[in-house]
Design a protein around this ligand. Structure first.
Ligand code: F6R
Length: 610
């Protein structure tokens, strides 16, 4: 996830900004850069790779020495691969900006600017924002108005810090749907995407509001709305240590990342929705390719493979196309049967998983069209697949995958809607309604799910003392049971089995005793009664049951020790809030047991060996 720092005051600006960037390194990034005022000019130094690369470049060049006002950025690539050119700051000799977020309409804005004589050197949406501000400034000659006009033009989310050459020792900032704080010092002030970046210098700060702009000098802070009316915000005081601040105040990255899911889903889906229809034009994913696909094969490992299972249910249900889900380490040695009309989708958060990469190469060799669903820009799978759709979840630091999975399944749903529409299986009106739910309702639905934290914490207490348990479910709930079970095993070290509920009595029900609790997932209305029968079977053998069900599910409370109700959701998409519940449940069980949640034993974040 990108990070922003800015400084104005008596200290050496580049040192303060670099210090802030080091503090933000935990967020994950692939390049960095700094801009500062020197003798009436804005000098920029940037580099791909670590912040220390920029630090060394700054020391070697000496071009920022003596500056007292500057901005800096750590970039997590979205538009354009990690490179010196794509790193921030971006702009011209007159304006430089750093930006977090995504400018969804960057393509038409770039075209408009090009027709007005602007040229572009990078592939980024940020350079478009910088030149848009300059374009307006050239026309209106007011910095504030230029920023307001740019805010009006931009569709998307952003936190942007700006330096204008003709206004030295001053920082400007704007934001929408992306955090930006103004750190308050004595004779010095700061801007940052995250209080962690400035905590070394000050604990007091303002939170800039949505669609507001700030003008910051060493002695003054002015915040205003889009009508240029001054606004005031309470002065906040951070109570976190630097270490806690790096986790945004959360105790673990895992729970921080779960809390980032609403934003991650929005960032991943919104740019791919136009006129309330899925749109993959930016990815050059042709309609023909989706329309003519005879089969779909998802290939992946672990949690990413479980995302493929959700895809199987969704695509088969809505598109009536056969879907296979393959474990990459098996697929690569199984001599798969594939042809040009088959679509092979490789799902990978890291984009570097050795087995998934080998599977991708094999699928290409067999002549299939390969599509990567990948979180890390420029990773090997992203580069080698015939096509890639990035999930913009931001960096995932906790070993257990949470937000990456949630955005993978959300994106797969969007692809499914597109495919079903192209294949004539749903009407345009139906496609628009499904898309609207993902676009408008899903982020707040995930927020409502996260708000059930206390209930989930309570349920976790029921299970923390056991060493074995069962997850059961039917249909898509069975696939979610597999993911819930993996998450729980991975971080709490409780052994668990995920079972298709109807399969229990073909052998494994012999394991059910008073010492074997059961987590039953029953979110599908048409399978609910069947699930209730299965729950009664395990209860009759002494099992304690936690039931996860739809809001309003009939007599749920009478059937289980505890019930967690999902917020009301269109049934096609219930796996999204259900995933969040299961992730939180695993988290709180592991916490009860005092486990090292972010770094479970024996595991690595990216498995680059076979
Ligand atoms: C589990 C988990 C793993 C990964 C798997 C694939 O929480 O994170 O199961 O999902 O190792 O990794 P990627 O998605 O990077 O290919």
């Amino acid at each position: 996830m990108c990070g922003i720092t800015g400084y104005v005051g008596a200290r050496e600006a580049s040192e303060v900004v670099l210090q802030g960037l080091h503090t933000l390194e935990y967020r994950g990034y692939d390049s960095a850069g700094v801009a500062a005022f020197i003798n009436g000019n804005i000098n920029v130094v940037k580099a791909v790779g670590k912040v220390s690369n920029v630090e060394e470049k700054i020391a070697a060049l000496g071009t920022l020495k003596g500056a007292h006002c500057g901005i800096g950025h750590t970039r997590w690539a979205t538009h354009g691969a990690p490179s010196d050119t794509n790193s921030h700051p971006h702009g011209t000799e007159n304006i430089q900006i750093v930006h977090n977020g995504i400018i969804e309409n960057y393509a038409p804005l770039r075209a408009m600017l090009q027709s007005n004589g602007f040229t572009f050197v990078s592939e980024t949406d940020t350079e478009v924002a910088a030149k848009l501000i300059e374009y307006h400034y050239n026309n209106c000659h007011s910095r504030e108005d230029a920023l307001v006009y740019a805010m009006r033009d931009i569709i998307g989310s952003y936190a942007i810090a700006v330096m204008f050459r003709d206004c030295p020792e001053t920082l400007y900032a704007i934001r929408k749907d992306n955090p930006l704080i103004i750190g308050v010092g004595e004779g010095e002030n700061f801007v940052a995407s995250d209080i962690a970046a400035v905590l070394r210098y000050t604990k007091t700060y303002y939170q800039l509001g949505d669609l507001e702009l700030a003008i910051v000098t060493k002695d003054s802070i002015c915040m205003m709305d889009m009508d240029k009316k001054e606004v005031s915000h309470p002065l906040l005081t951070a109570t976190w240590s630097i270490e806690a601040a790096e986790r945004g105040g959360y105790d673990h990255f895992m729970i921080k990342e779960i809390n980032e899911e609403p934003e991650a889903v929005e960032k991943t889906l919104h740019p791919r929705i136009r006129d309330m229809m899925p749109n993959f034009e930016e990815e050059n994913l042709s309609d023909e390719r989706l329309k003519n696909a005879k089969s779909v094969t998802f290939v992946a490992c672990g949690t990413a493979m479980h995302a493929g299972l959700v895809g199987k249910t969704a695509i088969e249900q809505l598109c009536r196309v056969p879907v296979k889900v393959e474990i990459a380490s098996e697929f690569r040695y199984n001599d798969p049967i594939l042809s040009e009309e088959d679509l092979v989708v490789i799902i990978s958060q890291s984009g570097e998983t050795a087995d998934s990469l080998a599977a991708l190469r094999l699928a290409k060799e067999k002549g299939a069209y390969t599509l990567g669903i990948v979180n890390v820009i420029g990773s090997t799978i992203a580069r080698e697949a015939d096509n890639v759709i990035y999930t913009w979840a931001g960096p995932e630091i906790s070993v257990a995958s949470t937000k990456a999975y949630t955005v993978q399944i959300s994106l797969i749903y969007l692809l499914t809607i597109k495919m079903a529409y192209l294949k004539g299986k749903i009407s345009e009106a139906e496609a628009k309604e499904y898309t609207r739910i993902l676009y408008e309702d899903m982020p707040s639905l995930i927020k409502d799910t996260i708000a059930k934290e206390e209930e989930i914490k309570d349920a976790a207490k029921l299970f923390a003392k056991y060493e074995d348990l069962f997850f059961i479910g039917r249909g898509i709930d069975y696939h979610l049971a597999m993911e819930g079970s993996l998450k729980l095993k991975e971080i709490s070290y409780i052994h668990s089995e995920a079972y298709a509920a109807g399969e229990l009595k073909h052998g494994t029900i012999s394991l059910i005793t008073t010492e074997m609790p059961v987590i039953a997932l029953a979110t599908q209305e048409e399978l609910y009664e069947k699930m209730i029968s299965n729950i009664r079977e395990v209860k009759a053998r002494g099992a304690k049951v936690l039931l996860v069900a739809r809001e309003g599910a009939k007599d749920a409370a009478a059937e289980a020790e505890k019930v967690i109700y999902l917020p009301r959701c269109e049934k096609f998409f219930t796996s999204i809030p259900l995933a969040t519940v299961l992730q939180m449940l695993a988290y709180y069980v592991a916490r009860e047991r005092g486990c090292d949640i972010d770094k479970p034993r024996n595991l690595a974040k990216s498995v680059t060996v076979e």
